[in-house]
Write a protein that binds this ligand. Sequence first.
Ligand code: DON
Length: 586
Amino acid sequence: MPPAPGRSKLALLATLFVVAACHPSAGAPPETGAGVAARPAAHFPEGWRFEAGGNASFARDAMVSSNSELASRAGVEIMERGGNAVDAAVATGFALAVTHPSAGNLGGGGFMVIRMADGRTAALDYREIAPLAATRDMYLDEHGKLTDKSVIGPLASGVPGSVAGMTAALAKYGNLSLQEVMAPAIRLARDGFVVDSALYFSLRSSKEKITRFNGSAVFFPNGEPLQPGARLVQPALARTLQLIADRGPDAFYKGEIADSIAAEMKRDGGIITKEDLANYKPIWRTPIRSTYRGYSIIAMPPSSSGGITTVETLNILETYDKLPPFGSAHYDHLVAEAFRRAFVDRNTKLGDPAFVNVPVAELTSKSYAKELASTIDADESSRTPRFGATAGEPMHTTHYSVADSKGNAVATTTTINSGYGSGVFIRGAGFFMNNEMDDFSAQPGHANQFGLVQGEANAIVPGKRMLSAMSPTIVLDKDGKLFLVVGAAGGPTIITATTQIILNAIDNHMTLADAMRAPRLHHQAWPDTLFFERGGIAPATLDSLRAMGHHPVTRGSIANANGVMKVDGGFMGLSEPRSSGGAVGY
Ligand code: DON
């Protein structure tokens, strides 16, 4: 297949927008070095919106890749002041809460996977939890029908974990003080920053949600979204951040910020109380460790489904000595069938391990993967079983990647779920609350906002963490050295996009630039549909997949990833080519 020659006008416009939004380092060298010499330009289908062989940012010592160039710069600033990758991740996380309000947050939760240069690894779970007053059927109306209250408004929020998580990570693995790492975020909130077109379009598309609650004064000053070029100053948020920097997480969970959250909840019929906030604790967990073709995978365990589902998929694919060529129908077929099987397990067996017995060892074992792989027909798609037939017994988003000069690396994904979360903006404190309760099976067997059909293992229980797809992942090379830091936003497509970037880097020998620009597919078992990105599949491949029995459906874009790859002489970094952001290093 020849490299993509012609592109449509629309694709060209999209590419121009992306180039404007991404700011790869001016004059960044093409990906050079021994590790990269073995990575020739990929072949993408004709008409695909990105050209193969493109650039990413290059830096010698350290790199941060996130959905906000300003937030990536905050991380770099901290590393230039002597901070390590964890200090930088926390600085980037707090800065995202200022510059990327649709997803960066104080009112949400997340996961952090850490790999220190001395070999220590850690996984921090600061996922939100269901409030004490939550009930299993709280989102059903009197006729047993699912309402939209798990998605919009104050009832949609879980108890936020981000502040507890970021401060815990810093205390255990950082070098610098909370005040030092929060300084860039406080500056960005207090002095403001210039609104770019990405933020403008994002606000505009969420106008109804933001203005329905209390966000208008900050983001829609005259009833219109802040225009590109306007300065966004957030004094209330600056004050909140300063309180956290000065007094630590207690300011958020027990002090006046907790008062503001509880008051806002009470005013509009929410159920999060001061007791819920005071009880919140992040949890250090053992990362999921596995191997894939000699590389090591370090990934997030439950309450995320990310690590198990990624590893289960990779293990199935590893049973094939060599995958068919990228872009072929057989490649797409195998990858989709592997995802299908891993998602059946994900959606029926996984939940918060404090409430559900998750068979982690079995699901991530090579022998189980062999069993699953033996059920894949090389030329014919299987069918996802009817939901319920496989369910266990009743019992029951922005990503950023950081690497420093010492070999430490951090993969973090954090979320308020939908863009701008529940829409509820905490007056006086200056931030949005999440709508993470929708990640529970609000009605087991029925789809949530991502079309995910999940079971009893993920039903609502007070104090329980809702199952997540967030997949912050670190990959080491065959010598045990840092290779890739990656993860994504996008609901269940987080898992499939993260896995495909890993496949692209390992099996398809792509550069980071190609691995992230390559067209993506997605299969989540239910619905039994194979999703493709528009223009990302050759017509002949599509015909073959249909002939195999797949039900292909096109989508605009799949997922929003930010990655860093170690190459000889430094790091390549790239923020999502389909979205906005920036990879910055030094
Ligand atoms: O934790 C999860 O799986 C979801 N709350 C992630 C949501 C998400 O990625 C939305 N993003 N684009």
